[in-house]
Design a protein around this ligand. Sequence first.
Ligand code: 5GP
Length: 191
Amino acid sequence: MELLKEKIIQEGVVKAGQVLKVDHFLNHQIDVELLDQMGQEFYNHFKDKKITKILTIEASGIAIAVMVARYFKVPVVFAKKNKTLQVSNDVYTSSVASYTHQTTNQIIVSKSFLSEDDHVLIVDDFLAQGEATLGLISLVEQAGGTVEGIGIAIEKGYQAGGTRLREAGYDLLSLAIVLDMCEEPRQITLK
Ligand code: 5GP
């Protein structure tokens, strides 16, 4: 998606550890018009599938998921990062290793909001090793639902997540794919 690629080139900041900061338009300040166009792109790609829910993970996936959901006219469900030691029986749960924070989070979704009748489009801001997405897939599977597709704003193509998901047969659309990036001198190469 050209507009997203332009934004990444103009405003993306490369941090240590191969972390791309896009706080100017996606992860802190939000460019609503850009996100609306991203929602339209995802809709165009997945519109022939029967989608009943958009599933994402807090916090940074929520804004994108909301824009996608407006086109599909379905609810957004976001997995929460569990902060308590005890997990109730009312939730589906999965463990996710965080790429940016180097920690492992337990993510949860209430059993009220995912069921075997659900056809789910998973949406997130970044795809790196694929841990977050695989955690979300696990939640859908626990509910007996169907993952219809995966929509990612920015895939870091040189990390394993994209290959893992495509080889597993998922319909994965990434709106921008980073082929290479360097902190100093600043350089971001997109597909
Ligand atoms: P994965 O689970 O695929 O390894 O990483 C994806 C998750 O980690 C996303 O939910 C995203 O929040 C975060 N993440 C991974 N790489 C980056 C990055 O380069 N920049 C930012 N801002 N977040 C990232």
